[in-house]
Design a protein around this ligand. Sequence first.
Ligand SMILES: Cc1cc2nc3c(=O)[nH]c(=O)nc-3n(C[C@H](O)[C@H](O)[C@H](O)COP(=O)(O)O)c2cc1C
Length: 473
Amino acid sequence: MAYRDLRAYLETLEEKGKLRRIKKEVDRNWEIAAVCRQLFYKIPPERRPALLFENVKGFKIPLVAGVLGASRQIYAIGLETDSFEGITSKWVEALGKPIPPRIVKSGPCKENILMGDKVNILNLPAPVWTVGEDPGPFFTAPYVITKNPETGARNVGTYRMQVKGANKTGFLIGKEQDAGLHLRRNDQENKPTPMAVVIGADPSIGYVSVSKVPESMDEFAVAGGLRGEPVDLVPCETVPLEVPATAEIVLEGEIPANVRELEGPFGEYTGYMGPAGQQPVFNIKCMTFRNNPIYQAFISQRPPSESSCIRGIGREWPLYRHLKHTLNLPIRDVRLKEAGGSGAYVVVSLKKQFDGQVKQAMYGVWSQRSGFGKFTVVVDDDIDIRDDFAVDWAMSWRVRPDKDVYIERDVQAVGLDPSQAPPSVPQHDPIRDVGSRIAIDATKKHDYPAIAVPPREHLDRVAAQWEQYGIGD
Ligand SMILES: Cc1cc2nc3c(=O)[nH]c(=O)nc-3n(C[C@H](O)[C@H](O)[C@H](O)COP(=O)(O)O)c2cc1C
């Protein structure tokens, strides 16, 4: 049965030994970020737990981090599966058979309602992430809900938010993001954009929020498809939007049209500081929350991180679907490598049917409305693209640099790519928007000699009598 809310999910994580409660008092101004980073440095993914900080100095609200993606193993639990293959089938199912949300009258997220001056987001234990560089605390796991002003289609997206006061945040939404399009459309007509921000909800909502779901799809319906049951939504108090009924914390308000203020700098998913720039603001009119709410953060900054894990998986399956089912290309697998922040570096394996098809795959990757694939590598389907060594082997011996490397100039850049401009160039400068991409065709272009390893039957025979050699494992 689907997780009803974040709490039910945390119980399951704890039962499976994947949640550690931290009772020691921690300082949100420096300590939480350092503990989360050490979690990635010290503990390998298969043993890495999510964290519940029960005692944040100066705050009554506990904080959870890493609960959606401290590792792929945790991601699998979030989708109620026990294997990486299960993650794939859940995504394929959700995108193929979305389940529309159900509107209900009320829910636990309405247990407390604060209006106007009573709103105070400074009570939320948002950490300072890149201490000494970020200007203050940021929300890293907001699920931002907006509607397309023309079609009314709902969108959920995660765009980190800078806490700017008791009822105000700044934020940065990439121009290609769905909410960025809604905002620009309203700006053109000088209308404010209604917005609701959810912090803490059942995991399916977080997974769609960070994933590149096609704009035409209702992301709550995709979340329904992921969890196998509809998401219950309740109407907001002050804006014409709906939010998950069992959300922990909801902020309602609007983005005033054409207002820009200084936002950032912020320690980014690329692993570098992103510069400050003129960005929109969110004015909060109402805050609703459950009794004893739980605050959720995503662990981001330099990859690997929770951010690169959850974005990578949530982008791979929509991209796979686009290449395989929309473009009808014989794709075996698609990988967004975490070192590239799950955006800059894409590897595709293809069962090539004819010459020239590799270019179709490259342009297929680049045809998405995102800057993904600054590096795009296409390999044959005998290469396991989850194995870096195998990809490097294909790059080493199946590429002729003078013929198999393609450079595309003046195209959309990967968001926040620090190679675009020095830190003194502000984030909103258009020089950051247009860049270039490289694709490498690492497939075989003619018949190849046999692979130089012993025959399979000899390997199997030796494996079956391995103890007799006395070598050990
Ligand atoms: C921790 C975290 C922080 C993110 N911050 C931003 C951000 O500040 N701006 C942005 O445009 N995308 C950000 N993203 C990426 C978007 O969430 C992602 O591209 C998502 O697909 C956007 O939703 P949309 O496709 O509905 O627009 C962030 C992702 C994560 C996991």
